[in-house]
Design a protein around this ligand. Sequence first.
Ligand code: MF3
Ligand code: CO
Ligand code: CO
Length: 258
Amino acid sequence: MIILKSPEEIERLRVSNRIVANALAQVVKAVKPGVSTDELDRLAEDLIREAGATPAFKGYRGYPRTLCTSINKEVVHGIPSPDRKLQEGDILSVDVGARYEGYYGDTAVTIGVGQISPEAQRVMEVAQEALHRGIACARASNRLFDISNAIQRCAEGAGFSVVRQFVGHGIGAALHEEPQIPNFGEPGQGPRLSAGMVLAIEPMVNRGGSDVRLLSDNWTVVTADGSLSAHFEHTILVAEDGAEILSRPDGASEGAHD
Ligand code: MF3
Ligand code: CO
Ligand code: CO
């Protein structure tokens, strides 16, 4: 069942998502060559706690940290570590979640470290564009897989592939609720969308093939062929006439494209 949120629940989801978006914006500013993913993780945890929320991923199924930090061929769920220092030319996905008064926020971006190659730049741009194409289909009366299809067409149209083993999701009083939101699918299929649904949409786009594998830490997901991967995520509210992005930082304009 897809839970429709009440106005009171939506208010809390606005707060939790603003908190993760603000934390992510600060983490992004701290990214540079030589910084470890552990330092970024500590910064995020401090910011989330200062805002009166708690990290959502820490302790989730035994996950140890506040952020997921996934570099280059890592797709998602990379674990921050003091041994992992960012290098010029890397691309880094940072995913952050928080819980505020019982409601969750979840958002991610991929950014370049210093100067990056045109190939790396392109896969990031396409993944971000795919997210926004998906969001543009999230309105009442559309079907869920209209979102999925828009993402798939954008990524594959650019010559890249979408990861199929991991999906977006409903979000609310749980981090992961129904429905699952694949990043591929047939338009006009899937459940009908209604105002009051809150969804975390999160395309993972690989430069090479769509296959992934799990590293021996049992968390880090990498591309099977070692190609670069980019990941972007927003939590959105479905409304009658379109979607509202909840995971925007303070001061971001409604039309801002990140
Ligand atoms: N942030 C992931 C998502 O977007 C979930 C991470 S769960 C963790 O759904 F345990 F790996 F942190
Ligand atoms: Co996430
Ligand atoms: Co998510």
